[in-house]
Design a protein around this ligand. Structure first.
Ligand code: LFR
Length: 483
C-alpha cells in the first residue's frame, strides 16, 4: 500500500497484493515466510514504479502478532516460523500456571489468555534444537524489517502480545520471563512506533528499483495497533472493533486495567501507539466464515465455488438469531471442519443445527455481533468508561450485514470504515515522523474522518431478542478464559 499524506490529504493506493498460505509440514503448521518476504519485495518494486522515480519517504511494516523467527549468530533463519494456529502449545498453559499462577501472570502483564501467546509458544519450543541454537528472536514484522535493513529491534506494540511486557512500565516483565524459563536476551532492544528502524539495504534497493536512502520507520507493527490508530473517531467516547480474520473489540485507554475482574473476563491490555493501551478481547472474527467457505468449496469441488455476495444476501434473509455459538471459544481457533464444529456447538447448547450455508453464515454473523456486544459491554463495565459510538474498521467494515447486526446487538450507532485502517494507521505514524503531519492521535483521526468514505448504521429491532440469545449460551460464553 502506498500512502500519500499531507496536512489535509490522505490517500492509499493498493499497488500489490499477495496470498498468505500457511503449509503443514510433518504435522506442524508453518508460515511460508520467504514467500511473504518475496511479496514484500514485489510490493516495494510496485511502489517504486508507482512513484515514478520520486521514491518513498519511508517504509513501515505491520503484521499479525505473537509469532516469531529464530536466528543463528550469523543472522540465518534457523527454522520456518510456526503458525499460531498450530496445536503445539496444547498443555503449555498448565505448565506455565504451575510456575506462575494465572492471577500473578495477569497482574504482571495484563494480557488475555490465548493458547498461542508467545510465552506458550516458547515454552512449547523449550528443548528443541532450533531454540537451543538461537542467538536472536525476531517477531514477524521485526524479521521482515531485519531482512530489509540488516538492523534488528523489537517493536513495542507487538512485543506487548508476547506476554513478556509489563503494561505499566512499557518495558520487559523480567520476573515473568525468569519464572517461565524464557531468555529475554534473545530479543533485540525495544523500539517504539515512530522510531527510526534503519534504511533499505543495497540489495533490496537493487531488487526493487528504489533509491537510497529509503528509511524504514517503526510503526504500530502489530496490525491491530495500526488499525486502532486508523479508527476515524471524532469524540473520545468510542469503542472500536477491528474486524477481519479476528474481531478485536474494545477501548483505547491511558492506563491498563489489571483487576481480577478484568482477568476473569479475559480482557487484554495490549500496548498502543502514543502511550495508549488497547483494552480489548479477541473474538474469532470472519475466520469462522472464511473456514466454512473453504470447507464448502472443498466439498463442492472447483465447479461450485461459493458466491460470497449471494451467500450474504441469503444470510440477511435467514431467520435472525435462530442459533448462536460462543465466538470467543478457542475450539474455533484451529483450521478445518468449521461447519461441523459450529453444528456441534449448536447441538451442545440445545439449539437448531443450521442446515444450509446461508443458515450457517447467519449463525456466524449473529454470533459475532453477540460477541461484539458482550465485549463492548464488558469493556465499559471493567474500565468505568461509557461508549456512545462503535467504530468498525478492517475488512469486516465492508460486510454490511455484520455492521448492521453489530449496531442492533450493541444498541449503539456503528460507523463502518475504513477497511484498510491498519495500512492507514501505519502510514500516518510514518508520515508524522517524516513531518508531513503533526499532532496526536486525535489530529490523525480528524484527518481520517475528513478524507475516508464511512458508513453509519443506526440500531434497529427488538433489543431484548439479543438478551434472550445471549442467555442461551449462558455466563461462561465469549471469554476463552483459562482458570
Ligand atoms: C489480528 C491479530 C490479532 C492477534 C492475532 C494473532 O490480525 O494480530 O490482534 O491476536 O492476529 O497474532
Amino acid at each position: 500500500m502506498v500512502g500519500e499524506v499531507a496536512r489535509d490529504r490522505l490517500t492509499l493506493h493498493e499497488v500489490h497484493r499477495f496470498p498468505n498460505q500457511p503449509t503443514r509440514v510433518l504435522g506442524t503448521l508453518h508460515w511460508n515466510v520467504l514467500s511473504l518476504y518475496q511479496g514484500v519485495l514485489d510490493g516495494l518494486g510496485a511502489a517504486a514504479a508507482h512513484t515514478r522515480g520520486s521514491g518513498l519517504t519511508s517504509v513501515g511494516i505491520d503484521t499479525w502478532a505473537v509469532d516469531y523467527g529464530l536466528l543463528a549468530a550469523d543472522g540465518t533463519l534457523l527454522a520456518n516460523p510456526v503458525h499460531y494456529r498450530d496445536t503445539r502449545t496444547t498443555g503449555t498453559a498448565e505448565r506455565a500456571a504451575a510456575a506462575l499462577p494465572p492471577p500473578a501472570l495477569y497482574a504482571a502483564t495484563g494480557l488475555q489468555h490465548l493458547p498461542f501467546n508467545t510465552i506458550y509458544q516458547l515454552m512449547a519450543a523449550q528443548g528443541t534444537p532450533a531454540l537451543a541454537a538461537a542467538h536472536r528472536l525476531l517477531l514477524i514484522p521485526d524479521l521482515i524489517a531485519y531482512w530489509l535493513t540488516g538492523e534488528a529491534g523489537t517493536e513495542l506494540t507487538n512485543a506487548s502480545t508476547t506476554q513478556l511486557i509489563d503494561p505499566r512500565t512499557r518495558d520487559w516483565a523480567r520476573p515473568v520471563a525468569k519464572a517461565l524459563g524464557i531468555d529475554l536476551t534473545l530479543f533485540p532492544p525495544l523500539r517504539r512506533p515512530g522510531d527510526p528502524a534503519g534504511t533499505l539495504r543495497q540489495d533490496v534497493l537493487a531488487e526493487t528499483g528504489l533509491t537510497a536512502p529509503t528509511p524504514v520507520t517503526a510503526v504500530g507493527s502489530h496490525d491491530t495497533a495500526s488499525a486502532v490508530v486508523g479508527v476515524p473517531a471524532t469524540t473520545p467516547d468510542f469503542a472500536y472493533i477491528a474486524t477481519g480474520t479476528w474481531s478485536l473489540a474494545g477501548l483505547e485507554l491511558d492506563a491498563p486495567v489489571l483487576t481480577e475482574a478484568s482477568r476473569a473476563a479475559n480482557f487484554t491490555n495490549e500496548l498502543g501507539v502514543d502511550g495508549t493501551v488497547r483494552y480489548l478481547r479477541n473474538i474469532m472474527g470472519l475466520w469462522m466464515l472464511q473456514e466454512c467457505v473453504r470447507s464448502w468449496d472443498a466439498r463442492g469441488g472447483l465447479a461450485s465455488r461459493t458466491d460470497l455476495t449471494a451467500l450474504l444476501r441469503e444470510a440477511a434473509e435467514a431467520t435472525p438469531l435462530r442459533s448462536v455459538v460462543d465466538a470467543g471459544d478457542p475450539a474455533f481457533i484451529a483450521p478445518h471442519d468449521m461447519p461441523d464444529r459450529i453444528a456441534d456447538a449448536c447441538r451442545r447448547t440445545g439449539q437448531p443445527v443450521p442446515r444450509t450455508p446461508a443458515e450457517t453464515t447467519r449463525c456466524v454473523l449473529d454470533s459475532l455481533a453477540l460477541a461484539h456486544r458482550r465485549a463492548i459491554e464488558d469493556a465499559q463495565r471493567l474500565s468505568g468508561r461509557t461508549v456512545g459510538v462503535v467504530h468498525i474498521v478492517g475488512g469486516g467494515a465492508r460486510n454490511e450485514l455484520l455492521c448492521r447486526l453489530t449496531a442492533d446487538a450493541c444498541g449503539l450507532p456503528v460507523v463502518a470504515g475504513p477497511a484498510e485502517a491498519a495500512a492507514l494507521g501505519n502510514v500516518l505514524v510514518q508520515a508524522r515522523t517524516a513531518g508531513s503531519v503533526s499532532g496526536g492521535l486525535a489530529e490523525l483521526r480528524t484527518l481520517l474522518h475528513s478524507t475516508q468514505p464511512l458508513r453509519q448504521y443506526e440500531p434497529t429491532g427488538d433489543h431484548s431478542a439479543w438478551d434472550r440469545a445471549a442467555a442461551r449460551l449462558g455466563d461462561a460464553q465469549v471469554t476463552g478464559q483459562a482458570t
